[in-house]
Design a protein around this ligand. Structure first.
Ligand code: BYC
Length: 334
């Protein structure tokens, strides 16, 4: 936090625990940080609603990374070469790492990882709609890397400047890794697109399947997005859902030409008047169904996560027993 910021808000210091600030002084400090487009850190005073919004968004994001491992892990044993298996395995491990940075960032807001994981396995937490679609061919690994990670980059690069410090900092590393993921997906599609006619068709079919779901990753249209306005006022979101979706369409429209493939949307065009990319209508009813748990793979994804959680129970028990043993030993030595 810069010194001039502190002077401007009198005696309030950024690291003062919340309990030591009265609400008015805390709110004044918080408003000042927002006006300066500066950062809130874990021990700073913050409005309860800001904290809740962050826990909601960061935990959903963490869950997305963890559930997002499944559609790709599904292809590790069937990847067409040892090199492809190794690359895919590294990518899936990266997603686990992203989940861990994000759970850690959410924990700094006072919600434990156990609690967040409990909500996920109970089916009470959201995670990205995109991971409720099946991965039916190897080309889907290319389409996920190019389109899903591409959408993630468009959405997440602005989040590197999110007003909550631990979230913004986690995003920097996540985005670097996502860029590598996107390149590997593009390269899978490029190789298939330059292969035999059946391989090229496989790549085109995958692009067709993932196009609309990847556009929906950005969330509902702006006039149906209840959280955007406040999140933008709090410098968490920097652009609206539709703005980011439009940027993403422009990015794909250029890159798909290099692949020698096409987007399954004849209405994609650059509007010279508004200087934005436009696309055809999306099936928002399908999006709502997926969010309500009725997508093609929702049940399967949750069941697999529950199974993995149960299978890992012995590790949690062992870690708890070890911590208790160490605590008792330290107490005896004190
Ligand atoms: N899926 O008011 P809105 C990845 C919900 S991981 C499900 O616009 P907001 C990757 C939304 O939560 C990608 N739910 O909300 C991993 C809200 O419901 P609640 C994950 C969605 O928060 C592995 C309601 O709809 N990325 O990239 O302002 C392998 C109304 O929406 C979705 C992130 O999580 C959706 N697509 O904006 C490869 C990024 N969209 O909570 C790749 C961080 C909306 O009120 N998150 N909803 O019950 C964000 O940027 C924002 O939370 C969103 C939504 C843009 C997603």
């Amino acid at each position: 936090m810069m010194a001039q910021n502190l002077q401007a808000v009198g005696s309030v210091t950024p690291s003062q625990p919340q309990s030591q600030l009265d609400a008015d002084a805390g709110q004044a400090y918080f408003d000042h940080v927002m006006a300066e487009d500066s950062r809130i850190e874990p021990r700073d005073w913050m409005p309860d609603a800001y904290r809740r919004t962050l826990v909601r968004q960061i935990s959903q994001h963490a869950h997305s990374e963890i559930i997002g491992m499944q559609p790709e892990a599904n292809w590790i044993s069937r990847a067409p070469s040892l090199k492809r298996k190794a690359i895919l395995m590294a990518k899936v491990q990266d997603e686990a790492g992203h989940g861990l940075y994000l759970y850690s960032a959410a924990e700094t807001l006072g919600t434990s990882r156990d609690e967040m994981m409990g909500q996920l396995v109970a089916g009470k937490a959201r995670y990205s709609s995109i991971f409720n679609y099946p991965t039916v061919t190897w080309a889907d690994m290319g389409a996920i890397g190019w389109m899903v990670d591409g959408a993630a980059i468009c959405n997440q690069v602005p989040l590197c400047r999110a007003s909550y410090g631990p979230y913004g900092r986690a995003m920097v590393r996540v985005c670097k890794e996502e860029s590598f993921h996107q390149r590997q997906g593009f390269e899978i599609l490029l190789e298939l697109a330059n292969g035999n006619p059946a391989q090229k068709q496989m790549a085109q079919d995958a692009v067709n399947r993932w196009y609309a779901p990847s556009l929906m990753m950005f969330g509902p249209p702006d006039d149906d997005s209840p959280n955007s306005k406040q999140s933008m006022a709090w410098n968490i979101k920097r652009f609206s859902n539709d703005e980011l979706r439009s940027r993403f369409v422009g990015m794909m429209a250029e890159q798909v030409r290099v692949l020698g493939l096409s987007l399954p949307d004849p209405e994609v065009r650059f509007n010279e008047d508004t200087k934005t990319w436009e696309h055809g209508p999306l099936d928002w009813e399908e999006f709502k169904q997926v969010l309500a748990g009725r997508g093609p793979c929702n049940a399967q994804r949750l069941e697999r996560r529950r199974q993995a959680h149960d299978d890992g129970g012995w590790v949690r028990e062992a870690a708890t027993a070890y911590a208790a043993k160490m605590a008792a030993k330290n107490e005896a030595a004190a």
